[in-house]
Design a protein around this ligand. Structure first.
Ligand SMILES: [Zn+2]
Length: 212
C-alpha cells in the first residue's frame, strides 16, 4: 500500500549514504524511525535485522509471512523475529512492494543463475560477511546471516506459485520507512548485482535517514 511519510528530512538525527556495493551496520533504537531512500531508482537494499540486546534473535521471513498472511512487504507489515516478536513496522512506503523470498545474491547463486564466470563478482553476501568481520562488536557471526528482506526488489509470485525476478518498480526518490519496536541492529548490503533486472543492471547509492 502506498503511504507517504510526514517526517521532514531536515530534522532527521542522522543521514548516511551507502554507495552501491557497500554496506551499513548500525543500531536503530526502539521508537526511532528509519527511512531507506532509493536515490536513483531500481536499487535493491538487501537487509537483515537483529535484536540489539541478543543478536541470536533476528528477522524471520517465515514468521513475518505467516502472521500477516501475505508474501509481500509494504505499509502495515510487521517484521517479526525468529521468536515471533515484532521487531519493526513499515509505516510509510512510496514503492509499494518489497521482497522477502528471493534471498540475497551470493557468488554461489551468481554461478547458478547466470554463469560460472560470474563467481568472482561482488555479491551481497560478501558485503554482509565483510561488515560482521569489520564490526565484531555486534557479536554477529556467519551462522546469523540468514534469510533477508530485499527492499525495492520486485519478485512477484506467479499463479502457479513460481518466483520471477522482474524489472524494478521503484524509481528515484522512492522510500520505505520503518519504526523500530525494539533496539535493532540494521545490516544492509546495497546490492552490487550487475546481472539482474531488479536494479536495472546499474547499482546506485541509497540513503538512510533516522528520526527520533
Ligand atoms: Zn545483491
Amino acid at each position: 500500500m502506498l503511504t507517504e511519510s510526514t517526517l521532514k528530512a531536515d530534522v532527521a538525527i542522522s543521514r548516511t549514504l551507502i554507495d552501491a556495493g557497500d554496506y551499513f551496520i548500525g543500531v536503530v533504537k526502539a521508537g526511532q524511525t528509519l527511512r531507506i531512500l532509493d536515490l536513483e531508482g531500481n536499487q535493491a537494499a538487501d537487509t537483515l535485522f537483529y535484536s540489539a540486546t541478543d543478536t541470536s534473535e533476528r528477522y524471520s521471513a517465515m514468521d513475518t509471512i505467516r502472521e500477516q498472511g501475505n508474501v509481500y512487504l509494504t505499509t502495515g507489515s510487521v517484521l517479526r523475529s525468529n521468536e515471533n516478536t515484532p521487531m519493526l513496522e513499515i509505516v510509510a512506503d512510496t514503492c509499494g512492494r518489497h521482497d522477502t523470498l528471493g534471498g540475497a545474491c551470493a557468488t554461489e547463486s551468481n554461478t547458478v543463475r547466470y554463469d560460472l564466470e560470474k563467481r568472482c563478482m561482488h555479491a551481497c553476501r560478501d558485503s554482509w560477511m565483510l561488515a560482521i568481520a569489520e564490526h565484531p562488536e555486534y557479536g554477529i557471526s556467519k551462522r546469523d546471516i540468514s534469510h533477508n528482506i530485499n527492499f525495492f526488489m520486485n519478485v512477484p509470485v506467479t499463479e502457479a506459485g513460481g518466483l520471477t525476478f522482474e524489472d524494478g518498480i521503484s524509481a528515484p526518490g522512492k522510500y520505505v520507512e520503518l519504526k523500530a519496536l525494539m533496539d535493532i541492529v540494521v545490516l544492509i548490503s546495497n546490492c552490487p548485482q550487475l546481472n539482474n533486472p531488479c536494479n536495472g543492471y546499474n547499482p546506485t547509492p541509497v540513503e538512510l535517514l533516522v528520526w527520533e
